[in-house]
Design a protein around this ligand. Structure first.
Ligand SMILES: [Zn+2]
Length: 284
C-alpha cells in the first residue's frame, strides 16, 4: 500500500505580531540595551566585553523568538518583517542608550527620552564620541574610522542574532489552529539506523509507518536518523512528525564530528501512528 504523506505547513496567519509584537519590542529591547551598555561602561576588559556582546545577542535571539511565539505568528513573512523592525529598533536604541550612558559618566545630563525622540541630536553625539575615541584596546585608542569599523562589525553580529531569532520562532513550529495554541515538542528523540539517505527518502515518499520497521540505533558514530514529534496536548489531534539526519565526519585529529540536519519537512500523523512511534521508543 502506498500512502501519500501529508505535509504540515503553518497557516501564514500573522497572529498578533503586527500590534502586540510591534508594541512590546521597543520596551524589552530598551531594557536589554541599557543592561548591555552599562555592563560595558563599568567593565573595561576586552574578554568580558566580548562575553557581554555574546550574552546580549543570545538575549535578542530569545526575545525575538518569544515575541513570535506569544504573538501566535504563523507567518514566515510576518516574522521576517518583525525581525527587520526589531533590528532597526535595536540599533537605534543601542546608540541612544550608549550616548546616554557615556554622557552621564561625564556628568552631562541628557534625558534618555530626549535622546530617543531627537535623532539628529543623538547622532551628533555619537559622532562626537567617535572622534574622541571612547575605547582603549591593548593600550591604543579606537577612534574615527576604527570606531565605525568596530561598531559596524558589532552591529552586523547583533542584527544577525535578531533575524536568527525570528527565523527560529517559526522553524519546525506547529500551531494547532483548532485550539489556538502551539503544539508541544514531545521530545520523542527516536534514533533509528539507516543504510543511506535514499532509504529514508523512499520511506518519506511512500509510507511513514515504514520508519517503524527500522532498527533502533545503538552503535556509535554511524549515520542515523532522529524522529521528532510535535503534538497539541489539548486536543491530541494536531500531531506532526519530522526527521533529522545525523552524520559523522572525521576531523584532522581523527575525532568524529557529529552534524545534525533537517532531513524532512513536517508531516501530519494520526493518533494511531503517534502511539506506534511512542511504543517503538519504549522498546528496549
Ligand atoms: Zn489542539
Amino acid at each position: 500500500m502506498s500512502t501519500v504523506n501529508i505535509e504540515y505547513k503553518l497557516s501564514e496567519n500573522p497572529g498578533k505580531i503586527y500590534w502586540l509584537g510591534f508594541a512590546l519590542t521597543p520596551f524589552i529591547v530598551l531594557l536589554t540595551c541599557l543592561a548591555y551598555v552599562y555592563s560595558n561602561l563599568y567593565v573595561n576588559f576586552v574578554g568580558l566585553n566580548v562575553l557581554f556582546l555574546i550574552i546580549f545577542c543570545v538575549f535578542l535571539f530569545y526575545i525575538n523568538k518569544l515575541i513570535v511565539r506569544i504573538s501566535s505568528c504563523r507567518s514566515k513573512k510576518a516574522s521576517m518583517i518583525h525581525a527587520s523592525y526589531m533590528a532597526v529598533v535595536t540599533v537605534y536604541l543601542l546608540f541612544a542608550t550608549y550616548v546616554y550612558s557615556m554622557f552621564r559618566i561625564d556628568n552631562v545630563n541628557y534625558s534618555l527620552i530626549d535622546l530617543i525622540i531627537k535623532p539628529v541630536m543623538m547622532f551628533e553625539r555619537v559622532g562626537f564620541i567617535a572622534q574622541m575615541g571612547p575605547y582603549n584596546v591593548f593600550g591604543g585608542k579606537i577612534s574615527g574610522i576604527y570606531f565605525w569599523l568596530y561598531t559596524f562589525v558589532e552591529l552586523v553580529i547583533i542584527i544577525g542574532s535578531v533575524y536568527f531569532g525570528g527565523k527560529k520562532g517559526v522553524h519546525e513550529a506547529v500551531y494547532c489552529e483548532q485550539c489556538k495554541r502551539w503544539a508541544e515538542d514531545v521530545k520523542l528523540d527516536l534514533k533509528l539506523d539507516v543504510m543511506n539517505e535514499k532509504e529514508v527518502t523512499n520511506i518519506l515518499n511512500s509510507d511513514l509507518d515504514k520508519l517503524l520497521d527500522l532498527n533502533k540505533f545503538n552503535s556509535k558514530n554511524s549515520n542515523h536518523i532522529v524522529v521528532n514529534i510535535h503534538k497539541c496536548s489539548k486536543c491530541n489531534e494536531t500531531c506532526t512528525l519530522d526527521v533529522d539526519m545525523v552524520s559523522y565526519t572525521k576531523d584532522k585529529k581523527g575525532n568524529f564530528q557529529e552534524a545534525k540536519n533537517d532531513f524532512s519537512p513536517l508531516y501530519l500523523i494520526n493518533q494511531d501512528q503517534y502511539q506506534k512511534f511512542v511504543s517503538k521508543k519504549a522498546q528496549g
